[in-house]
Design a protein around this ligand. Structure first.
Ligand code: ASP
Length: 332
């Protein structure tokens, strides 16, 4: 039987609804709740449970990512696979961050959670957890999200729904596995590597800005970007933004680049890739020296730049690495 480490970090899956109360995180009761709800878990694998932290995932940040990556790293040789229980809200950010922090895997690191607390009769927790543990025993050497009978590459996934059991999607990359009567692991999963490369630092010197019609550039001029090394612009469509009249963002972008801030353009559209050559605004951004996030999710774009800024002092080195596909996060 395979050895699996189940790591609790919080989220709805860990919430307690017993005694008719509103769902609350209950660190004391979670192991009990788990075995009560799914006593047969031990038939799938030898499972050890550890509670690392207990947060609603909105409170998870780079310190938690570093702690989680280091926790797995220190136990890496002792287990055949890892399952991380996590809130759904920022699961795609954590999965992306882990994929950069722990590269060259030869075993699965599977994140899962649920839309409904485990103690509810109609919870999706049971199915997601059983699936995730089973996947963690299989040859899928990636950081992945297992949810609602699909397994997605972690740095390609994004939360799509607040109220549907089908909470995640992977808009620009096909699922790594589908779970039905049989579990079908697809050919495009990473091949195992035996050179684990660990880097648990992330910089918070990145700023993510969503463009919208009527965004007043004066507001942006009032923000202090002194400690910002990279600005990610979530632009329209293939990478477009206003370039005419009072709302033109070009003067602001020029100012950022003069201050050595790396400008990255991603898109508000989930499907397909940013293509800066398509329209005038994108071409102007390219002339200024902006980088394209291509078909990366916003979650992967942000965590990749945070990982690279922590690794390199020099912006040219960050830009060079950013343009590369490091762990399957972008299509080159
Ligand atoms: N707010 C919760 C969290 O992300 C939502 C969930 O787990 O589904 O922690």
């Amino acid at each position: 039987m395979k050895n699996i480490l189940l790591i609790q970090t919080g989220g709805t899956i860990a919430m307690d609804t017993s005694a008719g109360q509103k769902p609350t995180l209950n660190p004391q009761k979670w192991t009990e709740l788990m075995y009560q709800s799914i006593p047969e878990l031990s038939k799938i694998a030898d499972i050890k449970m550890e509670r690392l932290f207990f947060e609603d995932s909105s409170d998870i940040n780079k310190k938690h990512w570093a702690k989680l990556a280091a926790f797995i790293h220190h136990r890496y040789e002792d287990y055949d696979g890892f399952v991380v229980l996590h809130g759904t809200d920022t699961m795609a950010y954590t999965a992306s961050a882990l994929s950069f922090a722990l590269q060259g895997l030869d075993k699965p690191i599977i994140l899962t959670g649920s839309q409904v607390p485990m103690s509810n009769i109609r919870s999706d927790a049971r199915r997601n957890l059983i699936n995730a543990i089973e996947i963690a025993t299989m040859p899928l050497p990636e950081v992945a999200i297992c949810f609602n009978d699909f397994v997605y590459r972690g740095n390609r996934a994004t939360k799509m729904s607040i109220g549907d059991f089908d909470a995640f999607a992977s808009p620009n990359y096909p699922p790594l596995a589908e779970i039905g009567i049989n579990i079908d692991i697809r050919k495009h999963v990473h091949t195992p590597s035996n050179s684990l490369d660990v880097s648990t630092n992330f910089s918070d010197q990145a700023f993510l800005l969503k463009i919208y019609p009527n965004l007043n550039p004066d507001f942006l001029n009032q923000i202090n970007f002194r400690d910002t090394r990279s600005l990610i612009i979530e632009a329209f469509g293939s990478g477009n933004f206003p370039i005419h009249g009072r709302e033109s963002l070009l003067p602001f972008f020029e100012q950022c680049l003069r201050n050595d801030i790396l400008l990255i353009i991603t898109s508000q559209a989930a499907y397909d890739a940013v293509e800066l050559n398509n329209y005038e605004s994108g071409r102007k951004a390219l002339e200024l020296g902006a980088l394209s996030a291509k078909d990366m999710t916003t979650e992967a774009t942000l965590t990749k730049i945070m990982y690279l800024l922590a690794k390199h002092e020099d912006n040219a080195a960050v830009a060079e690495q950013f343009n590369k596909n490091l762990v399957g996060e972008m299509t080159e």
